[in-house]
Design a protein around this ligand. Sequence first.
Ligand code: FMN
Length: 175
Amino acid sequence: MNRPVLALVASAAGGVERWLVDDLARPLAARGWRLAITLTPTAARWLEPHLAALAGTTDLPVRWTSRLPTEPKPHPVPDAFAFAPATANSLAKLALGIGDNQALTVLCEGLGSRAPVVVMPQLSADQAAHPAFEGHLNVLTSAGVALAADPRAVVRELERVGPPAPFRKNGDNTP
Ligand SMILES: Cc1cc2nc3c(=O)[nH]c(=O)nc-3n(C[C@H](O)[C@H](O)[C@H](O)COP(=O)(O)O)c2cc1C
């Protein structure tokens, strides 16, 4: 049986290096998701000591750089998207459609594809008080994005909005 593919994208919010593997990647993999993990460049730097553990949650490569045009796509087309944690910076870029790194490229395409997207924002009070922030959140929620407060809520939301295994649009398991 083909497992549904989840694009799991993480950005550089404080603590991500402590909880991403144990509190999010492993529980999601245990629930049957095949993880296509992409990190922002800063998150990749922070998670460097944990990259082997992160890679151990999936058979797909963990990405943070773009491929060359001559290289095949390292990840299959995802059935759903989880963006956790979402920094103020990357959340704003997603709302505006800015794909200036591989993580944002994945997310912007995901939002456009209308597949289920779950976002877990993590911002300081001052970041959340930025005058553009509410507008960015509105863009995302009106596009159908589900918001989650913590990693457990991300897992729960994905169970609610995620694709029923085993069939969805992923090329190799389309009936
Ligand atoms: C220790 C530390 C903790 C941070 N925590 C947060 C955070 O919780 N939320 C946030 O939006 N930015 C946080 N930042 C700032 C982001 O890391 C910074 O804006 C960075 O450019 C985000 O890059 P990215 O969105 O490409 O991952 C933190 C920075 C540091 C050094």
